[in-house]
Design a protein around this ligand. Structure first.
Ligand code: ADP
Ligand code: MG
Length: 213
């Protein structure tokens, strides 16, 4: 598959939302180990709102309007640190993109780069700080390196890089969020937000691998 249509982008974001929603207990468990345990609830709630908004709208003029609508719904409904961060993931990526009715691998890579820059600017976290940036930054780099191979190959590489990033967070001390106060006790535990990022990339890969349906 070379590119996604407007309808496919909408279906993809609904598919991603469903995967996050079904992983609510898993994400809660991870955040409970070193956070306050609300990450699954926040993510699932935000994705539920995003899904409802997308389903309620019949047609879109641009693929980026779809990401923007989902991002706004998450931003407004989730609250907390992760509401802003994960809302930005979709919203900041869509911002400033030339409106279009198709999404190519290059487009998606460009979007995710903008998302990453926005998240880093807002949250100040870098790779190694045990946050979602540890999954997102390597995924974006993998996408940029592989976007010429097409959507599926690119997303496979992004997924792999994101999951490696999640693995890396196990060995890290947290510099942000509630895990910060745990110091060494956070070692051995993966970051919840990084796990969400990996699930999002895995879900996009699955959707494209299924043929965009
Ligand atoms: P809260 O921290 O408000 O309880 P969540 O539990 O929903 O919010 O989300 C926690 C996740 O947010 C962390 O696992 C981490 O990945 C991400 N996070 C926290 N602070 C930052 C930051 N400054 N930059 C990027 N990601 C962050
Ligand atoms: Mg939390």
């Amino acid at each position: 598959m070379e590119k996604l249509s407007i309808e496919q982008v909408k279906e993809m974001l609904i598919y991603v939302a469903d995967r996050i929603i079904e992983n609510k207990p898993y994400l809660t468990e991870i955040d409970s180990a070193i956070g306050d345990g609300d990450h699954g609830i926040g993510m699932a709630g935000g994705m539920q709102k995003a899904k409802a908004k997308l389903e309620a709208q019949e047609s879109f003029d641009s693929v980026y309007d779809i990401f923007a609508m989902a991002g706004k719904a998450m931003l407004m409904s989730m609250g907390g640190a992760s509401g802003v961060i994960f809302g930005s993931l979709y919203l900041a990526g869509a911002k400033g993109m030339e409106p279009g009715t198709e999404l190519t691998a290059e487009d998606l890579a460009a979007m995710e780069r903008k998302s990453l820059e926005a998240v880093k600017e807002r949250g100040k976290a870098s790779v190694g700080d045990k946050t979602m940036v540890d999954a997102l930054e390597p995924a974006v780099e993998a996408m940029e390196a592989a976007c010429h191979k097409g959507l599926l190959e690119m997303l496979k590489e992004a997924e792999k890089a994101a999951y490696q990033g999640v693995e890396n967070t196990k060995g890290q001390l947290a510099k942000y969020g509630r895990a910060k106060s745990l110091l060494e006790r956070a070692i051995g535990h993966q970051d919840a937000g990084a796990t969400s990022v990996a699930i999002i990339f895995r879900s996009m890969r699955e959707f494209v691998e299924k043929g965009g349906k």
